[in-house]
Design a protein around this ligand. Structure first.
Ligand code: SAH
Length: 375
C-alpha cells in the first residue's frame, strides 16, 4: 500500500531503481551504514563533505580516507548513478540543458538558467510523468519510473559543480568565473508530489547545512504540482519554507478536467483550499502557474474568474506562453489576449508575471522536456 500522498496513477514501465547512494540517506542513516560496513561512524561525515560540499565523487580525491578503503566505500555509498549523454546550450550560453542516462538506461533532463540576479536549476523528479496533461511533452510519453532521492540530488550537485568550475556563461561575467546556484525548481520531468517521499528527502539533502547537505535555502526551492490534494496537505505538515506552485491552467472545472486530467479527482476549489493551507503553514505565498493557450483558456471572463478565486490570498500568477509540443493542435495566445488576461487579473489586484521562455531552441523550455520520447 502506498503511504498517503504517495500516489501512483499509472503503472511504471518496470525500469529498475538505482543502487543505494549516500544522498538517499539521512545523516544518522549514513553513520549506521558506515558501521554496517565495518567503518568508524565519522567516515560518514567525511564522505558527506566530499560529496555535498566539494562535489567530489571520485575516490581518488578523498585524501583523508585511507587509500585502501576508498574504492570499496565509493562502491558501497557513492555508486555512479547517471552519466551525461549530452549538453545543449542557448541564450548565449546562459541556459544549458543536460540529458542524463540513468543506470537502467532511462533518460531524464535538467536545465540550468543563469540570470543577472540569480541562477535557477529546473530538475526532474520522475522519468516521464503519469499526469497526462495534453499540452505537455513529458505527459505525452507516460511514466517510466520514479527517480530516487539521490538521482534528484545528483542533478543539482552536478549543476553546482559545473557552476563552481565556471562552465556556465553569464552576462557581464568573464568566462570561467565560479558561480553559485540560488534556486531549485521541481518543474522538470515528472509530478514531484507523486514521488512524495523521495522528493521530500531530496529537499532535505539540498537544504541541510553543509556537510550534511548542500546548504541551499529552503526559500529558494519551489515544488510545482498539478494539485494532488492529500500530498499538498502532507507537505504542509513537513515544516518546510519552500514555495509551492500550483499548475492551475483553468479556473473552472469543466476546462481544467481536460487540461489537467487529475482535476477529475480533485477539483479547483479543493486544490486552492489545499494551497491556502500550505501558505498558512509555510508562511510563503503560493504561485499559480497558468499556460496561456490560444482560444482555449485565455478568454477575459476566465481572467476575471481566476482573479475572483485568488483575490485577497496573496497568490502570484505566473503566465506561461504555451510552448507548442510536436504535433500539438494548440499554440500560445495572441499578444492582445495575453495583455487583456494580465489586465483582467491586475483589476483584482493580483500580482502577475509572464514567464520568459528560456531554452526554447534547445527544447529546454517549460513542458518541452521529453527525453525518452525523442531518443
Ligand atoms: N508536474 C509538475 C511540474 C511540471 S512542469 C506540474 O504540473 O506542476 C512545470 C510547469 O510547466 C507546469 O505548470 C506545467 O503545466 C507547465 N507546462 C507543461 N507543458 C507546457 C507547455 N507545453 N507550455 C507551457 N507550459 C507547460
Amino acid at each position: 500500500m502506498p503511504a498517503p500522498g504517495e500516489l501512483t496513477f499509472a503503472a511504471p514501465r518496470g525500469a529498475a531503481m538505482p543502487p543505494r547512494h549516500l544522498a538517499d540517506l539521512s545523516p544518522a542513516e549514513r553513520r549506521e551504514a558506515m558501521v554496517a560496513l565495518g567503518e568508524r561512524p565519522f567516515r560518514a561525515q567525511q564522505l558527506s563533505r566530499h560529496y555535498f560540499a566539494r562535489y567530489a565523487d571520485d575516490p581518488a580525491d578523498w585524501t583523508d580516507v585511507p587509500a585502501a578503503d576508498r574504492e570499496r566505500l565509493a562502491g558501497e555509498l557513492l555508486p555512479r548513478l547517471m552519466t551525461v549523454v549530452r549538453h545543449a546550450s542557448c541564450d548565449a550560453g546562459a541556459t544549458r540543458k543536460t540529458l542524463w542516462r540513468l543506470h537502467d538506461g532511462t533518460l531524464v533532463e535538467s536545465v540550468l538558467m543563469r540570470y543577472p540576479d540569480r541562477i535557477t536549476m529546473c530538475v526532474s523528479s520522475q522519468a516521464g510523468c503519469g499526469m497526462n496533461c495534453p499540452f505537455c511533452a513529458t505527459g505525452q510519453a507516460g511514466l517510466d519510473r520514479n527517480l530516487s532521492t539521490a538521482e534528484i540530488v545528483h542533478q543539482i550537485v552536478d549543476g553546482m559543480r559545473a557552476l563552481r568550475d565556471g562552465e556556465l556563461a553569464g552576462e557581464g561575467l568573464p568566462d570561467g568565473e565560479p558561480a553559485r546556484l540560488s534556486n531549485v525548481v521541481f518543474m522538470g520531468m515528472g509530478e514531484p508530489l507523486a514521488n512524495y517521499r523521495r522528493v521530500v528527502g531530496a529537499i532535505r539533502r539540498l537544504t541541510d547545512p553543509q556537510p550534511d547537505g548542500v546548504g541551499l535555502s529552503q526559500r529558494g526551492v519551489t515544488v510545482s504540482t498539478v494539485g494532488l490534494v492529500p500530498a499538498i496537505h502532507r507537505l504542509a505538515r513537513e515544516g518546510l519554507s519552500c514555495r509551492l506552485a500550483v499548475s492551475l491552467h483553468a479556473p473552472d472545472d469543466e476546462l481544467r478536467d481536460t487540461l489537467v486530467p487529475v482535476n477529475t479527482r480533485w477539483k479547483v476549489r479543493e486544490v486552492l483550499d489545499a494551497a491556502w493551507a500550505y501558505a498558512d503553514a509555510s508562511g510563503r505565498r503560493i504561485s499559480i502557474e497558468y499556460a496561456l493557450i490560444r482560444d482555449v483558456n485565455d478568454q477575459a471572463w476566465r481572467a476575471d474568474l481566476l482573479g475572483r478565486l485568488l483575490r485577497g490570498r496573496g497568490a502570484h500568477v505566473n503566465l506561461i506562453p504555451l510552448n507548442p509540443t510536436p504535433g500539438s493542435k494548440w499554440t500560445a495566445s495572441r499578444p492582445e489576449d495575453e495583455r487583456a488576461f494580465v489586465a483582467g487579473l491586475a483589476a483584482h489586484g493580483i500580482p502577475v508575471t509572464v514567464r520568459d521562455t528560456r531554452g526554447q531552441e534547445i527544447d529546454g523550455a517549460c513542458g518541452q522536456l521529453a527525453a525518452s520520447a525523442r531518443s
